[in-house]
Design a protein around this ligand. Structure first.
Ligand SMILES: [Zn+2]
Length: 287
């Protein structure tokens, strides 16, 4: 298992904000102290403007350099443009590693699945997974699927990938909930699986299983996973109901497709995040 990460991504923070550096530093400590799962570590490389501009308008790249908050959830930070680009670069490197037959996880912040074509929102500045999916489609993959199990709808991914050829998006999320979208399928290629707030764990798992069945019908030749861990029962933001073993099952189920697959961290705000990620990685390795 390859982990693409850069501890410098912990270098920005706002006091009290749930998307905090500890998410990464605590996970790094957990992964480095374990011996069950052999890990290979890699730093992210670079991303070109051209790769980003498949997904975003040029004005967003300029806006990321203006020192002004984007919304209440999404502050401006010094050098946030560089942090966001490094997170995209890690997703692109994860794509390359997956194509080389490696099992790979991008452990970076900021997350990306709420970033719209023209706007940062929801702790997200650039659409890491959407950019990587479009890169995959532009460089030889015929049927690229994004599978997003973050508890929030991947509205940015959907907005970017909507009706683009060669790609599809599957998002399983709580609804009604932030950001309020994802009630029904969108366009020809964005499939949504809203789960009501009062759903049982069994019902949530059944919805995830239904999305996995539909993913199978799509016959992807590459899977890009938006790995959010905020559907966890003790997540302070997500209001979810899943348990640790459900994330292990997700990793295992996605690996079972037998096609190149990579994952990038989205949400997940509980103190148990390192354990949840570790369980997911073990699932991907089927141990
Ligand atoms: Zn989330």
């Amino acid at each position: 298992m390859k982990i693409i990460t850069d501890e410098r991504c912990a270098g920005y923070s706002r006091y009290g904000h749930p998307e905090n550096p500890r998410r990464i530093t605590a996970t790094l400590a957990r992964l480095k102290s374990q011996v069950e799962l052999p890990l290979v570590w890699a730093l992210p490389g670079e991303v070109s403007d051209q790769q980003i501009l498949r997904a975003h308008v040029p004005e967003l790249l300029a806006r990321l350099k203006i020192p002004q908050d984007f919304d209440d959830d999404t502050p401006f930070f010094e050098n946030i443009s560089d942090y966001a680009r490094a997170s995209v670069a890690a997703a692109l490197d994860a794509l390359k590693a997956a194509r080389n037959g490696e099992h790979v996880f991008s452990l970076m912040r900021p997350p990306g699945h709420h970033a719209l074509r023209d706007r940062a929102m929801g702790f997200c500045y650039l659409g890491n997974i959407a950019i990587a999916a479009l890169e995959a489609a532009a460089t030889g993959s015929q049927r690229v699927a994004v599978f997003d199990f973050d508890v929030h709808h991947g509205n940015g991914t959907e907005a970017i990938l909507l009706d683009r050829p060669g790609v599809a998006a599957f998002s399983i999320h709580r609804h009604p909930f932030y950001p309020g979208t994802g009630v029904a399928d969108a366009g020809k290629n964005c499939f949504n699986y809203p789960v009501p707030p009062d759903a049982t764990r069994e019902a949530y798992r059944a919805t995830l299983a239904r999305a996995l069945d539909d993913l199978k019908l799509f016959q992807p030749d590459l899977i890009a996973v938006s790995a959010g861990f905020d559907a966890y029962v003790r997540d302070p933001l997500g209001g979810g109901i899943l348990e640790l073993e459900d994330f292990h099952w997700l990793g295992r189920s996605l690996r079972a497709f037998g096609v190149p697959m990579f994952s990038a961290l989205e949400g997940g705000y509980s103190r148990d995040l390192p354990e949840l990620i570790f369980a997911y990685l073990k699932g991907v390795e089927a141990i």
